[in-house]
Design a protein around this ligand. Structure first.
Ligand SMILES: Nc1ncnc2c1ncn2[C@@H]1O[C@H](COP(=O)(O)OP(=O)(O)OP(=O)(O)O)[C@@H](O)[C@H]1O
Ligand SMILES: [Mg+2]
Length: 655
């Protein structure tokens, strides 16, 4: 605000022309000027008949301050209504809302009534109560003590921004005595923190400056101004601005900044992947033996799923091959956000505290579940427990949108406790459908990894093979075993094999549908907390409505696209010691359109077999793969693919 004596002059005259400030009686002109109902509409305190000189002077100060700001403003002048006129209302300081009714909510009692020492020339004016930097000491007439203790308080009228910030709320003006001088500036401001001098620069830098921080290079000098051909010869080219000051070095005490910079760099790198919106699911190239459940190394000494990889040892570096794929290990970056404290496995409430003994389920009660055949339970425990290596999101090539949908709609809700009692339960059943070898089981295993869950794998055909009664026992035992070891994922492949509607001539195992329904309905695992049932099928049309409805989520697992095929091929070929050049790989990707992930694996195996591997002391070549292409082809026809898309449109959850 820029105050000039001219402003003071004009503003000092203004109220006298419109309001008799020295009198408690409004001038007739003032009364006449007010339109009928104007008081009610405006509700200004100064429109009241009884107005004290103090109030008038305070109003003068306030208006002077406000309107001087308006006058001085270089910007477009706002409407006066936009200012906080409510601050002038009687007892309604700072209320930005207009009064709701025609009458003010507080009676407009005369300020004189509560002022025992009115007009006593106390001098309690601007310096003490108002402290206006604008008018302090400039008022021509003596100021009155605006507020006596106990009277109708006018003190609230003084906003903190009105220079009274240092006054205690209970401050009373001392009548008849000069107000104490304002406190020293040191009291008005909190003491500066150690190391920050009051008049020094904002930050204390060491005299010698900081050593160069890695990653904080000096900005390049600004480019020279372009030649100014548009200027006439008489005009001088504009003077270039001075070079910006060199960037401040990061204070060493904020050491996490470097880590955060690293994280953001890493995130950026991940975001620059090729998977569009879901770029964080970058495919991780080969890091482990074949991820197929059937080809787990027999010498896998790791703990079983749900035990081995859930509790990461403290201090262990985060896997660089996590779902964000590759990059610097998170532990190295020291990111507080992605630290191990956010390990999702800790959030699963149903998790048993003690790890299960390897190779078997730990039944919390120490007893086998009632009503379950102990033999079947033993069989399930020994045969169906999957102890393969964990599968991260990055291990699944492509399928970015599907992976994101699974994570958002399944993994996160399961890992997070319900927000409030009675909130809807997260889904406990999911159906993955799509062509054979598209990666449905792989995704099921990945879900188990993400949930830190024990994985039980059942095959519909295996369940149905020994007969209905035996199959029902196995099914119930599998659900019971899953319940006993929460969190657990029950992966039932070839779900359609359990259902009666078979159109391929195979004898229907319809008798297993009823036990399956019972288990899915909650009598077994689906209703129990800590159990997720993942059903997969390549024949979704075989599912009747009752079965379909029991899967809360239904996702289409499509064939891998070109980039995903390239990744799967590279990974599979790397395991065979084969490295194609870029052109050969592109040609192979082109030639394998319509192949599923499983078929791509078969192609590589066929190439190796055709070349006489293993035993042959040469790596696989492109020619071997070309030869294998003549023998291995895609199984899913375009018609099949169309039917998946149609079924997905009708019954799928979409992603
Ligand atoms: N997107 C993928 N990324 C990496 N590997 C894949 C992918 N899709 C399939 N595979 C590989 O293909 C093989 C078959 O996958 P999977 O068993 O998951 O297919 P499926 O859809 O369950 O087939 P089925 O319908 O016959 O049960 C596995 O070795 C798997 O690792
Ligand atoms: Mg499968």
């Amino acid at each position: 605000m820029h105050w000039t004596p001219e402003h003071a002059q004009s503003l000092n005259q203004w109220p006298e022309q419109h309001l008799d400030v020295s009198s408690t009686t409004p001038s007739p002109a003032h009364k006449l000027e007010l339109p009928p109902g104007g008081r009610q509409r405006c509700h200004y305190a100064w429109a009241h008949d009884d107005i004290s000189a103090l109030t008038a002077s305070n109003l003068l100060k306030r208006y002077a301050e406000k309107y001087s700001g308006v006058l001085d403003s270089p910007y477009e002048r706002p409407a006066l209504g936009g200012y906080g006129d409510a601050a002038f209302l009687n007892g309604a300081k700072g209320d930005p809302e207009p009064w709701p009714g025609p009458e003010p909510p507080y009676p407009l009692a005369s300020l004189h009534e509560g002022l025992p020492g009115t007009k006593s020339g106390s001098g309690g004016g601007s310096g003490g109560l108002g402290g206006s930097p604008v008018l302090g000491g400039n008022l021509p007439e003596p100021l009155y003590a605006g507020n006596a203790c106990g009277g109708p308080s006018a003190a609230p009228e003084y906003g903190a921004g009105y220079g009274g910030g240092y006054l205690a709320p209970g401050y009373c003006a001392q009548t008849g005595t000069a107000l104490p001088p304002p406190p020293p500036a040191a009291l008005l401001q909190p003491p500066p923190p150690p190391g920050y001098g009051p008049s020094g620069p904002l930050y204390n830098y060491p005299a010698g400056g900081y050593a160069a921080q890695p990653g904080y290079g000096a900005l390049p000098p600004p480019p020279a101004p372009p030649p100014a051909p548009y200027l006439t010869s008489g005009l001088a080219a504009p003077t270039p601005l001075p070079a910006p000051a060199p960037p401040r070095p990061a204070p060493t005490s904020y050491s996490f900044q470097a880590a955060e910079a690293g994280v953001s760099l890493k995130r950026k790198a991940a975001d620059e992947g090729a998977e569009g919106r879901y770029r964080k699911y970058v495919y991780e190239p080969a890091k482990a033996p074949a991820a197929d459940g059937a080809s787990y190394p027999a010498t896998d000494n790791g703990e079983c799923r749900g035990n081995g990889f859930r509790p990461k040892p403290p201090g262990a570096a985060e896997e660089a091959s996590g779902k964000y794929g590759g990059g610097v290990p998170l532990k190295v970056l020291g990111s507080p956000v992605y630290g191990p404290q956010l390990e999702p496995f800790e959030k699963f409430p149903e998790r048993a505290p003690a790890p299960a003994p390897r190779g078997g389920f730990a039944v919390p009660s120490g007893e086998p579940p009632k009503g379950v055949d102990p033999g079947a339970l033993e069989l399930v425990t020994s045969k169906m427990l999957d102890c393969g290596p964990p599968v991260q999101w990055a291990d699944v090539a492509g399928q970015g949108a599907l992976k994101a949908a699974l994570e958002e709609e399944l993994v996160w809700p399961l890992l997070r406790p319900p927000a409030y009692p009675g909130s809807p339960r997260p889904p406990r059943t999911v159906l993955l459908f799509g062509p054979r070898g598209a990666g449905k089981a792989l995704l099921g295993r990945c879900l188990a990894t993400q949930l830190g869950a024990t994985l039980l794998r059942l095959r519909g055909a295996t369940l149905a093979a020994p007969g209905a009664a035996e199959g029902a026992h196995l099914l119930q035992a599998a659900f019971a075993a899953a319940r006993c070891r929460p969190p657990s994922v029950l992966l039932i492949s070839e779900l359609d094999a359990l259902l009666p509607a078979r159109d391929d001539g195979v004898a229907a195992a319809g008798a297993l549908q009823a036990p399956l329904m019972a288990c899915l309905d909650g009598g077994c695992g689906a209703g129990a907390d800590g159990v997720l049932v993942v059903g997969t099928t390549s024949r979704p049309a075989a599912l009747d409505e009752a079965t379909r409805r029991r899967f809360a989520l239904r996702f289409y697992v499509a064939l891998p696209d070109g980039p995903a095929r390239g990744q799967i091929l590279q990974r599979a070929l790397a395991q065979q010691g084969c490295a194609l050049n870029e052109r050969e790989l592109a040609a192979l990707v082109q030639g394998t359109q319509g192949f599923s992930g499983g078929e791509l694996g078969q192609l590589c195996q066929q190439a190796a077999a055709g070349a006489g591997l293993p035993g042959l002391q040469r790596p696989l070549s492109y020619k071997d793969l070309e030869a294998a292409l003549a023998k291995v082809g895609p199984r899913a026809s375009p018609k099949d693919l169309d039917s998946y898309v149609e079924w997905d449109k009708m019954y799928g959850s979409g992603h």
